[in-house]
Ligand binder design. Structure first.
Ligand SMILES: [Zn+2]
Length: 176
């Protein structure tokens, strides 16, 4: 993935700090001295976002319709490991790093992919042994409601989506 001009930052994200021209997501972990730990998620913030129905990118309340990024295996279970996003925050995150699965799960050593990360990097590949392999298929799941549960596989908070809460499902493609 070649480096290019950072995408335009939507108004909803202008309050967020930047690194290398890219928005730092609200759930990104920070060190004690205030630096962002790219590739790591603040577990408390991740849980807060789920419980309070806040967007994981901007940290503000979700509105009527929002988007979860879900892997194949999670979509089959109707369980999202990460908090949802406003549509514009989701679109920004896709534009910031088109390989959504890469930023969340793999390719941690490559460029700004590491600046955009989600819980998936904790859940999906704790040892990094899959880095560089083809990313798993991800889906944009538009929803209007969800229930916070404890994921029986990870023992972490997650969003359970009932069929009637899912508005539509679209593949997230890496490069068009
Ligand atoms: Zn947002």
């Amino acid at each position: 993935m070649s480096e290019s001009t950072p995408p335009t930052i939507p108004v909803r994200l202008r309050h967020r700090p930047l690194t290398a021209g890219l928005v730092v997501p609200w759930i990104t972990a920070q060190t004690a001295d205030g630096r962002y730990r790219f590739g790591a998620v603040d577990a408390d913030r991740a849980a807060q976002a789920l419980h309070r129905r806040w967007c994981q990118i901007c940290g503000h309340p979700l509105q009527a319709r929002y988007v979860f990024a879900m892997r194949d295996r999670d979509l089959r279970r109707h369980i999202a490991a990460e908090a949802a996003m406003h549509p514009e925050c989701f679109h920004y995150s896709i534009a910031a790093c088109p390989m959504l699965a890469g930023r969340m799960d793999h390719y941690r050593a490559s460029g700004h992919a590491t600046a955009f990360t989600g819980v998936g990097i904790v859940l999906g590949d704790p040892d990094g042994h899959r880095a560089g392999q083809p990313a798993e298929a991800w889906h944009a799941v538009w929803a209007r409601d969800y229930t916070v549960i404890t994921d029986p596989i990870t023992n972490l908070p997650a969003a359970l989506l009932l069929p009637n809460q899912i508005l539509r499902v679209r593949p997230i493609t890496a490069r068009g």
